[in-house]
Design a protein around this ligand. Structure first.
Ligand code: HEM
Length: 222
């Protein structure tokens, strides 16, 4: 086995693990728990689904069970439509280029797409686009229905799609499910309808004062 003694390579690996793999999921979970604290109906729906698929007071035993948790998946997607870990992303043109709308770009031009704004555009998501509604991701039979990734580029799309996408979704669903089935999680500052998080500028979105919560054990039903 060869040893790579290259600081740039080492830096890139660390960035992949810390920024790409850890901060993003932590950020997505923070927003998700903030939204759940304001929508107890969503918490109840996730728990009911879990009790139906996994069984009351039973632990998840297989990946197949996880795939059946459509409402949970819808909740994670909907949370990241509104409060996503990577709010914008830039690329630089390698050559002169023309965008689909006819904009002419010179080599080296910076092009930024803004999924945070895209998740809030009425023409794309409808009049109630600012509301948190996991149901919009479900078909009438309750099965999760993914949107076009170019409409929802939370993980980028096409060739440069996030390599950890499936792992990130699995992590977020596992953590959410495990915590809300065992603990009642309340914000230390009670949520108000017009209160919105303040984000800190950075590569990954973070709440400026964190998310102080109170965690109580839920006694299992006998
Ligand atoms: C909710 C969590 C996550 C979100 C929102 C997210 C989002 C993204 C986005 C938008 C990109 C594209 C960046 C670009 O175009 O330059 C990306 C790339 C990447 N992500 Fe994620 N990511 C998440 C979690 C993860 C996890 C858990 C891992 C690894 C375990 C990971 C590994 C990577 C890697 C290696 C790339 C680079 C892919 C490439 O350049 O071709 N990500 N991610």
């Amino acid at each position: 086995m060869s040893i790579i003694n290259d600081e740039t390579y080492l830096r890139d690996i660390i960035i992949s693990f810390l920024l790409a793999g850890r901060d993003t999921v932590a950020s997505g979970l923070t927003s998700l728990f903030w939204l759940l604290s304001k929508h107890s109906n969503v918490v109840s729906a996730i728990k009911q689904e879990a009790d139906r698929i996994i069984g009351e007071n039973k632990e998840l035993t297989s990946f197949d069970q996880m795939k059946e948790l459509n409402y949970l998946q819808a909740t994670v997607y909907e949370s990241m439509r509104l409060y996503l870990p990577i709010q914008f992303d830039s690329k630089f043109c390698q050559n002169d280029d023309v965008l689909p709308d006819g904009s002419i770009l010179k080599k080296g031009t910076r092009v930024t797409y803004h999924p945070y704004a895209m998740g809030r555009i009425e023409e794309i998501w409808g009049e109630d686009c600012l509301e948190f509604k996991p149901e919009i991701w479900l078909k009438h039979d309750g099965i999760f229905f993914p949107q076009n990734p170019f409409k929802y580029p939370i993980f980028q799309a096409g060739f440069r799609v996030c390599l950890g996408k499936e792992m990130a979704l699995l992590e977020m669903k596992m953590v959410t499910l495990s915590l809300i089935r065992r603990f009642q999680i309340e914000l230390l500052t009670p949520p108000s309808p017009d209160q919105h998080p303040r984000f800190l500028p950075g590569l990954t979105a973070t709440f400026s004062d964190g998310l102080p919560v109170l965690v109580r054990n839920i006694q299992p039903q006998p």
